[in-house]
Design a protein around this ligand. Structure first.
Ligand code: ADE
Length: 232
């Protein structure tokens, strides 16, 4: 047991899917995995291990934001020997041609979070995806005929920005979309020399103001989850 996870050693697979919402983790486990058991209920941050096409895989919620995902990633890696951490999340589009329900692979994660400024004494660190997982995910998407976009994303500390227009600077510099966790995940994975990838589905657009409904989010999530599950 670690501070925030009550699993025993060996309960968690080498590869884990990480949605922000713990109920999404439950849904993924119930929908896709066999011989499933729940390894964590602390803080209702549900975590499950099961088999996908005969191979062990885990899925667990991370909560929202860099501090929350950083705590779980740290404990999963250092206490449970997890080697492949795959975020499956939602994001808001910063570009006209990134539409609702599109899938984005985060090659890199820019951020306004203070965590890396603190860690690197004010210098910039560029958190990036695992090349191995990125390349494999591309191959899987291609084989399933699922179109994806890939590039730089913004990991933001704020969901409700005081200055709505602030997104335009990131947009001008080619950032595809905004979410709240990838820079934290990539940094912790790099620190411990393990693999991480964020796969995101666009749930809203800051350009058009559109949002997906919760029903639409569920169905559009499926392509992303199916790519992630095949990364085992
Ligand atoms: N996740 C999904 N949409 C988002 C947004 N607009 N801002 C931050 N995180 C998000």
């Amino acid at each position: 047991m670690s501070i925030h996870i009550e699993a025993k050693k060996g309960d968690i697979a080498e590869t884990i899917l990480l949605p922000g919402d713990p109920l999404r983790a439950k849904w993924i486990a119930e929908t896709y995995l066999e011989e499933t058991f729940c390894f964590n209920k602390i803080r209702n941050m549900f975590g499950y291990t099961g088999l996908y096409q005969g191979k062990p895989i885990s899925v667990m919620g991370t909560g929202m934001g860099v501090p929350s995902i950083s705590i779980y990633a740290h404990e999963l890696i250092t206490e449970y020997d997890v080697k492949n951490l795959i975020r499956v999340g939602s994001a808001g589009s910063y570009q006209k041609d990134i539409k609702l329900r599109d899938i984005v692979f985060a090659m890199a994660a820019s951020s306004n979070s203070g965590l890396n400024t603190l860690r690197f004494n004010g210098a910039d660190y560029a958190p990036t995806a695992s090349f191995k997982l990125f390349q494999k995910a591309l191959d899987i998407a291609k084989s399933k005929n699922i179109a994806i976009k890939a590039g730089n994303v913004l990991t933001s500390d704020e969901f409700y920005a005081d200055n709505f227009e602030s997104y335009k600077k990131w947009s001008e510099f080619g950032v595809l979309c905004v979410e709240m966790e990838s820079a934290g995940l990539y940094t912790i994975a790099a620190k411990h020399q393990v693999e991480a990838l964020s796969i995101l589905t666009i749930s809203d657009s800051l350009i058009s103001g559109e949002h997906t409904t919760s029903k639409e989010r569920e169905t559009s999530f499926k392509d992303m989850i199916e790519i992630a599950l095949e990364l085992t």
